[in-house]
Design a binder for this molecule. Structure first.
Ligand SMILES: [Zn+2]
Ligand SMILES: [Zn+2]
Length: 319
């Protein structure tokens, strides 16, 4: 008899429940959670995004405890899109946009915030021994930050401004810094400024970015106000990269997008291989973004903590 374990479930409210160990499908493995990371998307899901109901969690590092020999006992992270493998997007080499896509802990697929959970083998990446659990758990959001560079070419001479220096924004800032562009990050708090300076990134107040001056604005705010700011800062024929999903349907001055011929570029999930290399080589600092650890059994408190304004990464640990 497979033993039961706990799972962090959202069904109108957030609860930690006992549930039997899931039964993996033919192409799936069972993974024991080592660390889970709470993301803004988790909070969005609880506010009604995707009409989600089920086990939360898409940022994780774990150990394979059931599956084929090549994976058994290995420490892994996992891509979150479960693709069909047969649609035009999958055939075209873009499985993250699969027409029948399911998404770990987000869309029609139980998430990773559980003692034991299942995931398709095709989604797994082995974690190099030198990357500790507390850092490996950042692979998914760091990959999403790397996707900025997949979707647009930042030229070395570009003036690039990032707004929205929260959890994802701070990862994106470190990735953009590696390109050597003329880069600044708009901040509102001294703690953000100090952190960025530590990484060799220039923090600036909003007032220091003159209108129409940026070649590229990276908007990690996920708000209508942030997008309006980005429109003010970008030069004609410049680009705005949208890195956060928006709550509701924000109002935006799209006429200016037309008249100033602005490029709008969205980006979502990114390359895990690149993110693991950055972590392995120590090219980004994720450890200092950890704000707290909570055991799975105290997930409700952990979510409350993660929802505090300005909170950075709150991690879940087994048990
Ligand atoms: Zn996330
Ligand atoms: Zn597909």
């Amino acid at each position: 008899m497979a033993s039961a374990g706990c799972a962090v479930v959202f069904e109108n409210e957030l609860r930690v429940i006992e549930r039997p160990r899931p039964i993996p499908a033919e192409d799936e493995v069972l993974i024991r959670l080592r660390r889970g990371g709470i993301c803004n998307t988790d909070h969005e899901l609880m506010r009604g995004y995707k009409h989600f109901s089920g086990t939360l969690g898409h940022e994780f590092v774990g150990e394979v405890i059931e599956g084929p020999a090549e994976w058994l006992g290995r420490r892994v992270v996992g891509e979150i899109n479960i693709s069909c493998g047969i649609c035009d997007m999958c055939h075209g080499g873009i499985p993250t946009q699969c027409r029948e896509r399911r998404v770990l802990g987000i869309l029609n697929y139980d998430g990773a915030f559980a003692d034991v959970f299942r995931l398709s083998q095709r989604n797994l990446w082995p974690v190099p021994d030198s990357i500790p659990d507390d850092c490996a758990v950042f692979t998914e959001p760091l990959a999403a930050a790397c996707q900025i560079l997949e979707m647009a070419h930042l030229r070395p001479a570009d003036r690039v401004v990032l707004i929205g220096a929260g959890k994802l924004g701070l990862l994106a800032a470190q990735v953009v810094r590696l390109t050597g562009v003329d880069f600044s990050v708009v901040v509102r708090h001294d703690t953000q400024a100090a952190r960025l300076k530590n990484w060799g990134i220039q923090p600036v107040p909003r007032s220091a970015v003159s209108d129409g001056s940026a070649d590229v604005v990276i908007d990690c705010t996920g708000t209508a106000g942030g997008f309006a700011d980005a429109l003010d800062m970008v030069r004609p024929r410049g680009s705005i990269m949208l890195k956060s999903t928006y709550h509701d349907l924000p109002q935006a001055d799209l006429t200016r997008v037309v008249t100033q011929e602005i490029h709008l570029i969205g980006s979502r999930c990114g390359p895990f291989g690149a993110a693991l290399r950055l972590l392995e080589q120590g090219l980004v600092d994720v450890a200092s973004l950890i704000e707290a650890h909570y055991p799975l059994s105290e997930a409700v408190r952990a979510f409350e903590h993660a929802a505090r304004p300005g909170a950075l990464k709150v991690l879940l640990t087994p048990g």
